[in-house]
Design a protein around this ligand. Structure first.
Ligand code: OGA
Ligand code: NI
Length: 357
């Protein structure tokens, strides 16, 4: 059993109010998992819930035009909501550089990192946060995150205000990922009968990406904690770079187990987010996933969350329901969905209920 820690308020104060994050707590020499981070037994990822015979598809996209590639992507989106892509064209150096820049940022002294906490940050296009929704959580996630917003409103003007230790690497990574995102979206939307992505759709779907550097510091006892609790992403799609530590698990389609996503150097992990499940009227599914921190190493992952701008209105696409199906979701303004999603703790796929008819 974990030691009972009567000082959760103190931990909260140190991590959140004082702006140290979980990285600050680890740096302060914490050697046992505090109560605030101790997950109740029935919510832990017990070894008997890990399915070792399953795997998520790995798709070679060296020829995006190949009908087999398109088919595999749409099938994976419909059946498992999660897949990895290899040979996508983003150079390995760009991927490694952005991960290293994440280690550099989180390796900065607390007072340097804390310049980017929401109340201190020089621009709302960069923000450092801890856990997921600290004000709404009774148990915290073992994770800090640096989030940078790419447009559509002249983000370039605020880029000079991003942390110098990772700014160029994040920028290059975000820009390099754009053509990959575009190809994926073209293929996924074609699978929903959308003939072409016109300017209006492009604005709606692809101009407001977010790049986050997730940082899971080494954890003295990962079995007791959650790097991230089970959740689906609120994005349209997420394109994620992980490192060689592993620790990302995806819920099986029968809901009973969890499959590890094995690290493949140079691959992107792609998953369908809630917004695309809504737009596709359930043809594509967002899938729950979770992260377990590492017992000996600091883990970094760098997701690109492809999201609509805040004022976009999202609902089932006309093309996706043109054969006369009933829409399963109402139209929602993105900002309302995000407020709902980010205002509560991670809780599986519950956010989708907000939009369901
Ligand atoms: C996320 C997420 C997975 C990872 O940031 O939403 O699921 O491997 N990250 O860090
Ligand atoms: Ni996620």
């Amino acid at each position: 059993m974990p030691q009972s820690d009567p000082n959760s308020d103190e931990t909260f104060d140190f991590v959140v109010n004082k702006g140290n994050g979980i990285k600050g707590l680890v740096d302060a020499g914490m050697e046992t998992v505090p109560q605030l981070y101790t997950v109740p037994i029935d919510e832990r990822l017990e070894p008997n819930k890990i399915i070792t015979h399953g795997s998520i598809p790995v798709i070679d996209v060296s020829d995006w035009g190949d009908p087999k590639v398109k088919q595999s992507i749409c099938k994976a989106a419909a059946e498992c909501g999660f897949f990895q892509i290899i040979n996508h064209g983003v150079p390995l150096e760009v991927l490694h550089a952005v991960r290293e820049s994440g280690h550099r940022f989180f390796g900065l002294p607390n007072e340097e990192r804390s310049k980017y906490w929401p109340e201190n940050s020089p621009t709302d296009t960069v923000v450092l946060t801890t856990s997921f929704a600290p004000q709404a959580e009774t148990v915290f996630e073992w994770k800090d995150a640096l989030t940078m917003r790419f447009g559509p409103h002249q983000y370039r003007e605020s880029v000079p205000l991003w942390p110098p230790v990772c700014r160029d690497q994040v920028l290059e990574y975000g820009e390099s990922a754009k053509p990959v995102v575009r190809k994926l979206m073209e293929i996924l939307l074609k699978g929903l009968n959308v003939k072409e992505i016109d300017k209006a759709r492009e604005y709606e779907l692809m101009t407001a990406s977010i790049v986050t550097i997730n940082y899971y510091p080494r954890c003295p006892n990962p079995d007791l904690t959650a790097g991230i609790f089970p959740h689906s992403d609120s994005s349209i799609i997420t394109v994620l770079l992980q490192d060689d530590n592993g620790g990302l698990y995806v819920r099986t389609t029968d809901g009973n187990g969890w499959i590890h996503v094995p690290p493949i150097d140079g691959a992107f992990v792609v998953n369908i987010g809630d917004m695309l499940q809504i737009m596709s009227n359930d043809k594509y599914k967002s899938i729950e996933h979770r992260v377990v921190a590492n017992g000996s190493k600091n883990r970094v992952s760098v997701p690109v969350f492809v999201t609509p701008p805040m004022d976009a209105v999202i609902g089932p696409l006309p093309e996706a329901i043109e054969s006369g199906e009933q829409p399963l979701y109402k139209e929602v303004v993105c900002v309302d969905y995000f407020r709902h999603h980010f205002g509560k703790k991670h809780d599986g796929k519950k956010s989708l209920e907000f939009a369901r008819i």
